[in-house]
Design a protein around this ligand. Structure first.
Ligand SMILES: NC(=O)c1ccc[n+]([C@@H]2O[C@H](COP(=O)([O-])OP(=O)(O)OC[C@H]3O[C@@H](n4cnc5c(N)ncnc54)[C@H](O)[C@@H]3O)[C@@H](O)[C@H]2O)c1
Length: 316
């Protein structure tokens, strides 16, 4: 299959591109390197450096391979809830306009399947846990709004009277694993904690640390995307991608400290004001992804933590 993966100089999309290249698909990556590095792009993938908001760059990406693009995995975007509070207009532009530009590109170039990186932040504070896809979306951050809006744009584009795309939007929960940033204070809480411990810095917790998240290993997430490329849902859908488990931030930092060979009882930790847009508790119901694309996570939290800490020790 010929696949265009946006954002594959970054964390999650680089793992998707790896799997696709590894199994012999033809892959082109579109990334502006604003938050990614070329070394994350797998050898064998074509690379177009450019902005998803720029139609000329989008056209270059859609025409970079020796035939038409069949599937699009759109993950390029700004990925921080907290940064969206600093620059809401930029967040809307990159995540909203950027996705619309990619959809227009898919229409111009006749792509059949369009998969999008939505987020559990679309839900805001869910009424019930585990949260199911049919629950009300009421985002509590600018980032959550743009992720949800872009997701809706993709789902509308699946309608026969619109672009007739096969589509899925992955409401990914907290994705973690190798290649997540160890230095970016805005993105990926486990990467922040591992970076802190490996550089011997104190850990900062925003809030009381009892807020909880559903942490899903990046290799499992990549498998979901590839499954949907191979067999997109008959009816375009938003799908939760998590593990149906819940880990508090206090449990997380203690596990990260332990995985780095340090003692959580003596490790320096400070508790600070909660930041805007923080959700309290999250846990995914993943039945719909299991039923529609035959996907289930395989990597336990303990195993994923071990793999991530092993990688981080060599990367810091
Ligand atoms: N990490 C998570 O836990 C998580 C959870 C839910 C959803 N998501 C979404 O998944 C996607 C990937 O997240 P990630 O954690 O891998 O982030 P990341 O920052 O590592 O990767 C994003 C990539 O997109 C590129 N990019 C940013 N703006 C661009 C633009 N205008 N044009 C072209 N390229 C651009 C960056 O250079 C980077 O390489 C994002 O859309 C994010 O919102 C992430």
């Amino acid at each position: 299959m010929r696949v265009l993966v946006t954002g594959a100089a970054g964390f999650i999309a680089s793992h998707i591109a790896d799997v696709l290249v590894g199994r012999g698909d033809e892959v082109v990556v579109l990334d502006d390197l604003s938050n990614g590095v070329v070394t994350n792009i797998p050898e064998g993938a074509a690379f177009i450096e450019g902005d998803v908001r720029d139609p000329a760059a989008v056209d270059r990406a859609f025409t970079a391979l020796a035939g038409p693009i069949e599937g699009v995995c759109h993950l390029a975007g700004q990925a921080s809830t907290f940064k969206s509070f600093d620059e809401p207009a930029w967040d809307m532009d990159v995540n909203g306009v950027g996705t619309a530009r990619m959809l227009e590109g898919a229409r111009r170039h006749g792509a059949k399947t369009f998969l999008y990186a939505s987020s559990m932040t679309a839900y805001g504070h869910p009424e019930r846990l585990p949260v199911t896809e049919d629950q009300r979306c009421a985002p509590v951050s600018y980032y959550g709004i743009t992720k949800w809006a872009a997701e809706q744009a993709v789902l509308i584009s699946s309608k026969p009277e619109a672009m007739n795309l096969k589509a899925a939007c992955f409401r990914m929960f907290n994705v973690y694993g190798p290649r997540q940033s160890l230095t970016n204070p805005y993105q990926g809480v486990l990467g922040i904690f591992l970076g802190n411990v490996l550089r011997d810095e104190p850990i900062r917790i925003f809030g009381d640390g009892e807020q909880s998240r559903d942490f899903v290993y990046v290799g499992d997430v990549a498998a979901a995307w590839v499954a949907a490329l191979d067999g997109p849902p008959d009816e375009a859908a938003a799908l939760n991608i998590g593990t149906a488990t819940q880990t508090s931030i206090n449990e997380l930092w203690r596990a990260a400290v332990t995985a780095c060979g340090r003692d959580p009882e003596t490790y320096p930790v400070s508790y600070e004001e909660t930041r805007p847009g923080d959700q309290r508790h999250m846990r995914a119901n993943i039945d719909k992804a299991c039923a529609t694309i035959g996907w289930e996570p395989q990597v336990s939290f303990a195993e994923g933590m071990k793999r991530t800490a092993d990688w981080a020790r060599g990367a810091v």
